[in-house]
Design a protein around this ligand. Sequence first.
Ligand code: SAH
Length: 349
Amino acid sequence: MQDYLTSLADRLATQHRLQLDEYRELIDSRNEALAKKLAEYAVIERKKHYGNHIYVRGLIEISNVCKNDCLYCGIRCSNTNCSRYRLSPDEILECCHEGYKLGFRTFVLQGGEDPFFSDDLLCCILEEIKGLYPDCAVTLSLGERSRESYARLKAAGADRYLLRHETATAAHYGQLHPGEMSFNNRIRCLNDLKELGFQTGCGFMVGSPFQTTMHLARDLQFVEEFQPQMCGIGPFIPHCDTPFGNEAAGTAELTCYLLSILRLIQPKLLLPATTALDSVSPRGRTMGILAGANVIMPNLSPQSVRKKYMLYNNKATEGLEAAEYKKELDAAMASIGYEIVTHRGDAKQ
Ligand code: SAH
């Protein structure tokens, strides 16, 4: 069995693809030796394209107002215990100003699907940011919008867009989302974003309710076929004020294992070690980097709102998760042999 699994790992490292059943087998039969081998291969692949460089992004959580009711998410519209906020354009610009001084050259504007942030308003904000910081990239992560809307945001200067597909299995998507949301629209959005020329990111939660190994295998196959520039994955973590409040969290172990596999599927992928990974394990970020991740997204939101953007309980917001600790983060990465670079950090072509 171990020989067979090793042969799958070898083939993945050279051909960057496996059959659906093989992905499933690789996940189902995983063990420590195999995880170590895949991480070794992943680190070699990453080094070929990115050397020892780690890219950072300043994450600005612009609003926790959301019209959606995703069953897993703490800022879902029906959570009346959530104290809502939205940043003003000036507050967003102030975050960019702070971030630029700290050495961030990518700003990620993330938020719930808040209708207040119309195309007109977002285009104004984008033009201001790009005017003030022409050497910076702006990533948006604001959920599902129309193709026309995405086209306007692109024209106003947005470079990248993160929209996790959440799960590549339509039936599973239906178990995680209310009836008004559809898997097809999610995929329509991702296809539009890619066609419009955004550096596009998909992604999924690890250990979400009802998730099977087959679902994860399909997620891997989806990434293999969609060929995104970025892929965000992190463990599902329950939030007490959601229908999934009593479900178990996903593990750092499986998340890191999948990070290694994703690196091998697409060696040039921008792959963050996420806050959720850091929230389930005190060494989560480091484990993620050592497994093959190459991006870190410290929180650049105003201090006062960080706890309010609570997608899940026990979100890591202190220390190296905070953008103010950029120097300490540089030192922590240097201590494991990596260098945080001060440039946009685009995906290699
Ligand atoms: N509204 C935006 C941003 C969503 S928040 C959008 O739709 O893209 C960013 C990501 O956080 C989500 O895509 C989801 O994968 C993740 N997330 C939400 N709730 C979570 C939870 N309880 N545990 C772990 N990750 C969660």
